[in-house]
Design a protein around this ligand. Sequence first.
Ligand SMILES: [Zn+2]
Length: 244
Amino acid sequence: MQDSKFISRRSFVKFTGAAALGASIIKYGDDLMTVGEARADETPRPQTPDEALKKLMAGNERFVNSLKKSPRRTVEVREQVALGQTPFAAILACADSRVAPEIIFDQGLGDLFVVRVAGNIVNTANYGIVGSLEYGALALGAQVIMVLGHSRCGAVSSAIEAVEKGTEFPGAIDDIVYSIGPAVAAAKDEPGDLLDNATVANVNIGVDTLNGSVRVLADRVREGKLKIVGAVYDLFTGEVKIVA
Ligand SMILES: [Zn+2]
């Protein structure tokens, strides 16, 4: 049955009644979509880094405009990706509960290889962060690595507090805050809002570090197989803006 290719068998069976009445409408996430719309959303895997970035940003545009399709979340896709994953993008995002990449980029199962850590820091001394991003790009073939900061980030504002007031934080939180210090220093003389500027500076430092200090990634960028970009997510508007 052709229409069941991208729609779960269960959903199809459930809505067979509606289809039989001539309304080929399915329940997909919170929305009702026609079968044609649901299928059109299952775009093929991008072939180049530019296509991968475009797919990512198109998903964010859907999210911003409340047109999200919640693609690739069917039983069939789940079973398909269980056999192997080929995510087209790797995202290093903040651990913040409001910045979930699959939601804000409107992507599905197996699409994004996500690494999350408070302050989206790129710390080359932390093999977990850099090694995971390397794995996403080299082993799984992600064509874009995005370092994603966000507005009103608690980790960045704590780093500002540490620099300005000498505040110390308990445990390993202090290590995270300390590692964002260079971004605060880079932004402190810029005009405008220090938190916004330090957030962008922190993303820039992350991108520069991955491009410059992580040789296996830099090689892949040179070969045109990978793009490393930086972006900032706005908690209010839902918009992701490329900054690096
Ligand atoms: Zn944050």
